[in-house]
Design a binder for this molecule. Structure first.
Ligand code: URA
Length: 228
């Protein structure tokens, strides 16, 4: 992009990718460098943390097999700096997905020790029964581990014959929501993540759209894993 003349720094188009920026901007500190890519401001960020409203039909893998990767939804400059999803959502799951190029932050947020709640809106095939709520709160055993997994909270959204449930989990195992719901005799028709730890999915983001975390959001996220 630099060689194609698409990048400017401090208002000057730079065509040499090896030019030391410290020479071009001797007075400025890196955090004050303002790049422009195709005329759009692109402030310097030491580390990138973004939220994406993941649409259905996208895989979180960097080497997708059947559907495009979520990475295809990000602009080239972000893809080139090696962002990776923080944990995974299934191909058909929608909602809040965080991505970062900060390996330590990613590692801590995906560690089984991080119990920050994740809230999912679950559309179920069959009407939700009160007994299912109690069973999920008590804990159900999944096929890959004799240790029961519990929901932190379960809330049916409609008063009678509810088909939509808010499910809060403190961990993130493979297909965990789908398997827990199956364990109580129901079936997930659609799954949408609304919240991860301190962060809510921004309602202004349409499916497929992304945005940077605000400095406050990023600080709260880092503080939640003691990375301030
Ligand atoms: N649980 C699932 O079953 N799928 C997801 O995508 C996320 C949580």
């Amino acid at each position: 992009m630099v060689r194609l003349g698409r990048v400017a720094v401090g208002g000057v188009v730079v065509e040499d990718p090896d030019l030391p920026l410290g020479e071009l901007l001797p007075q400025a500190e890196p955090q004050d460098w303002v790049f422009e890519v195709d005329g759009k401001a692109w402030p310097y960020r030491e580390r990138a943390v973004v939220m994406l409203h993941k649409p259905a039909g996208h895989e979180c893998s960097l080497k997708p097999r059947h559907h495009p990767s979520v990475m295809s939804l990000l602009p080239t400059p972000l893809r080139l700096r090696g962002l990776q999803p923080i944990g995974r959502l299934d191909e058909d799951t929608t909602g809040l997905l965080l991505l970062t190029d900060d390996g330590e932050l990613n590692h801590r947020l995906t560690s089984p020790k991080w119990h920050a709640p994740k809230v999912y809106q679950v559309s179920c095939r069959h009407a939700w029964v009160a007994d299912a709520t109690q069973r999920l709160l008590d804990g159900v055993v999944l096929d890959d581990d004799p240790q029961a997994v519990q929901a932190l909270a379960v809330q049916a959204l409609e008063e009678a014959q509810a088909h939509t449930v808010l499910l809060t989990l403190g961990e993130g195992r493979y297909h965990q929501v789908k398997r827990m719901v199956a364990a109580v005799g129901n079936r997930v028709d659609a799954l949408h993540r609304l919240r991860m730890g301190t962060l809510d999915l921004d309602p202004k983001l349409a499916p497929g759209q992304w945005r940077w975390l605000t400095p406050e959001e990023e600080s709260a996220l880092r503080a939640s894993v003691r990375l301030d």
